[in-house]
Design a protein around this ligand. Structure first.
Ligand SMILES: NC(=O)c1ccc[n+]([C@@H]2O[C@H](COP(=O)([O-])OP(=O)(O)OC[C@H]3O[C@@H](n4cnc5c(N)ncnc54)[C@H](O)[C@@H]3O)[C@@H](O)[C@H]2O)c1
Length: 253
């Protein structure tokens, strides 16, 4: 098991890609703090991990609430004495172009997709520096390397995640801390609701994925989880500041 005795915090781990990432980390021996604002979602992930013989705990919090986030991270540190992995995954899509998107929606995107990653990294950093090791993984998106039509809040924030990842990686490599980003393409989770509505429904999105993704299909959450595992484990021990795009080839064409 390549993550034996490691302590991981995964935000947005109560569903979708975050859940699959939490599962694969636990399968490889990590204790996973499943951080999510949805108590049922977090509970589901924790029981899936425990049923599979792994170790996990729920951390019910809204990552945009600085005090809850700081307290939650501090509680994990207090219980386990270390934090080896932070996967900043919780994020949301708010549709609209410059004139359509509500300003409040733009602010909410920034707060969740960028600022919460920044704050969580800031809260774990003293422990990682003291340990002389640690891994931070930020979830960006293929929309962090491409531009979607009429999705200004989402693409702006996901591009910003990449800039922040590279900056943090350069600043903290000397402390033994690696920082990378994963950019998933189309994964069929509840997350895509706003885009599907904007596109005009299920048939439209299925046609879009067939047409736009060279591999012609959605990714399974498990396929993204394999890349997450690579980036949070010693398998990527000489990689930092890198952006791993896992999108069936969409960014290539
Ligand atoms: N699904 C995709 O196609 C896709 C593609 C590229 C990138 N992503 C990225 O993956 C992340 C989530 O996608 P998913 O497919 O796993 O979504 P999902 O909807 O399946 O899960 C998101 C989870 O995040 C939690 N969450 C949302 N806001 C939160 C908050 N403020 N505090 C704590 N928890 C919160 C939700 O409760 C939910 O459990 C986002 O960062 C998104 O940009 C997804």
């Amino acid at each position: 098991m390549i993550l034996k005795n490691r302590v991981a915090i995964v935000t947005g781990a109560g569903s979708g890609i975050g859940q699959a990432g939490a599962m694969i980390m636990a399968k490889e021996g990590a204790h996973v703090a499943v951080a999510d604002r949805s108590a049922p979602g977090a509970a589901e992930t924790v029981s899936m991990i425990r049923d599979a013989g792994g170790s996990a705990e729920s951390l019910i919090l809204d990552v945009t609430d600085d005090i809850s986030l700081e307290d939650g991270i501090a509680s994990v540190l207090k219980r386990h004495g270390r934090i080896d992995i932070l996967h900043n995954h919780a994020g949301a899509q708010i549709a609209g172009d410059l004139e359509q998107v509500e300003v409040e929606g733009f602010d909410r995107s920034w707060s969740l997709n960028v600022r919460a990653h920044f704050m969580a990294a800031r809260f774990v950093m003293p422990a990682m520096k003291a340990q002389g090791s640690g891994v931070i993984l930020n979830t960006s998106s293929s929309s962090g390397v491409l531009y979607d039509r009429e999705m200004i809040a989402y693409t702006t924030t996901k591009h910003a995640v990449i800039a922040m990842t590279r900056q943090m990686a350069g600043d903290y490599a000397r402390f033994g801390i690696r920082v990378n980003a994963v950019c998933p393409g189309w994964v069929d989770t509840p997350f895509n609701g706003p885009f599907i509505t904007q596109m005009g429904g299920r048939d439209a999105i299925e046609a879009y994925v067939r047409e736009k993704v060279p591999m012609g299909r959605w990714a399974q959450v498990e396929e993204i989880a394999e890349s997450i595992l690579f980036l949070v484990s010693d398998r990527s021990s000489y990689m930092t500041g890198q952006i791993l795009v896992v999108d069936g080839g969409e960014a290539v064409v």
